[in-house]
Design a protein around this ligand. Structure first.
Ligand SMILES: [Zn+2]
Length: 412
């Protein structure tokens, strides 16, 4: 989008309170916010290293309570929601005629899906909770329905309206969120605002491990960090763009090695071009690649076709094959044509988040200096300064973990 010249405002939310977080905090005998902060920090580091462009705003559920209460009040006032005897507030799905439009399912089919979760308090089995009355030892906020905390679905509707407005252009998420989460978001937002919530929905496929769904019970659960330590972040990035975002991805030893090889081929091509630029250019040398504009257009056509990244990558490899043939045939190239090709290569690979402009495997001088400075601060027990530097490093995609034996640095 940005590449095409659109002005993009990207909002990505963090659910920083839910049952799982509360339970984990109880297990670790700490505050729920400590748990969510820790996971958010780790997420930011991995997404930076994966070259995911940062969002403009990262709202958190607990920072949006006022807006959440406001939107629930509107829904209750207009009879789209009701207060149950327990103090929980539910959305009444019977009041929204279009319920199920995103997943294209009839409400009878959806009812079948949620049958297991029927609560006696609900008017209809598809109704979902907007506000949960507070339980003992749980974080709580004051509301017109007593103390409690928001249900999961409502935070997105409140944040979208707060930061982006009533209708947005694109809403993203995993395929598992289509029902019930996104159906519920649509119901809440469209009943409160009386207007379409999102013009487009982009739902990505799952990552399978050895053709099996990733799950804790199968014990085939892998974190980005674990895979990155073995194959590098760039190989993961390559895996992600090597298939269409809606298709499932299969992660195994073989595919990761293929991705690693593909990344190495791209890097090698770039360094070959840089070598030629330094050693094999002549004013009247050969044009290294004739089809610059045609290739770029082909790349863009693939990307504009619902983000066909696999097709776009094939264009880059087509360029590589053509140029490699040229390199074996000729030894002298025109400087301009080599420079143009390097620019084209950088431009196209950056669109896919696979930039080869710098070698990220090495810790830069600047980062090394910061790490040293932090170590010194720790030795002097200047914890405030050490924490401050840790934060700066985190924003640069570098995570330092303090162990008794010293600090461990994790970098791409
Ligand atoms: Zn959501």
């Amino acid at each position: 989008m940005i590449f095409l010249g659109y002005k993009v405002k990207f909002v990505q939310n963090f659910t920083d309170i839910d049952d799982k977080i509360i339970n984990r905090a109880k297990d670790e005998n700490t505050d729920y916010s400590k748990i969510s902060e820790r996971f958010i920090d780790e997420y930011i580091v991995d997404s930076k290293n994966l070259n995911i462009l940062p969002a403009d705003i990262y709202p958190k559920a607990t920072e949006t309570i006022e807006e959440i209460i406001c939107i629930i009040s509107e829904l209750v006032l207009n009879n789209y929601a009701y207060l149950a005897p327990s103090g929980d507030v539910y959305f009444d799905t019977k009041t929204f005629r279009d319920y199920g439009k995103l997943s294209g399912q009839q409400t009878e089919e959806l009812v079948f899906d949620v049958r297991k979760k029927i609560s006696k308090e609900k008017h209809n089995s598809l109704d979902f909770v907007l506000w949960k009355s507070s339980k003992k030892d749980e974080p709580k906020w004051h509301s017109p329905w007593g103390y409690g905390r928001p249900g999961w679905h409502i935070e997105c509707s409140a944040m979208i309206r707060k930061y982006l407005g009533k209708t947005i252009d694109i809403h993203c998420g995993g395929q598992d969120l289509i029902f019930p989460h996104h159906e519920n978001e649509i119901a809440q937002s469209e009943c409160a605002n009386g207007i379409c919530l999102s013009n487009f929905w982009l739902h990505n496929g799952f990552i399978n491990i050895n053709n099996e769904k990733m799950s804790k019970s199968l014990n085939n659960f892998l974190t980005v960090r674990e895979v990155a330590e073995k194959y590098g972040y760039k190989s993961i990035r390559y895996l992600l763009v090597s298939a269409h975002y809606r298709s499932p991805l299969n992660l195994n030893e073989e595919t990761m090695l293929q991705c690693k090889n593909a990344v190495a081929r791209l890097a090698e091509f770039k360094s070959n071009l840089e070598f030629i630029l330094k050693n094999q250019v002549l004013d009247n040398g050969q044009i290294i690649f004739d089809d610059q504009n045609k290739s770029k257009q082909k790349f863009l056509d693939f990307m504009n076709d619902d983000l066909n990244t696999a097709g776009a990558i094939s264009v880059i490899f087509e360029i590589i094959r053509n140029v490699n043939t040229k390199i074996t045939e000729s030894k002298q190239f025109s400087e301009n044509s080599v420079l143009n090709l390097i620019n084209l290569f950088d431009e196209l690979t950056s669109v896919l988040g696979l930039s080869f402009k710098e070698n990220k495997n090495q810790i830069s001088d600047e980062i090394q200096k910061l790490i040293n400075k932090r170590e010194a601060a720790r030795k002097e027990q200047n914890w405030a300064l050490a924490d401050e530097i840790r934060e700066i490093l985190k924003n640069k995609g570098v995570l330092v973990e303090d162990k008794i034996s010293g600090s461990k640095t994790i970098i791409n």
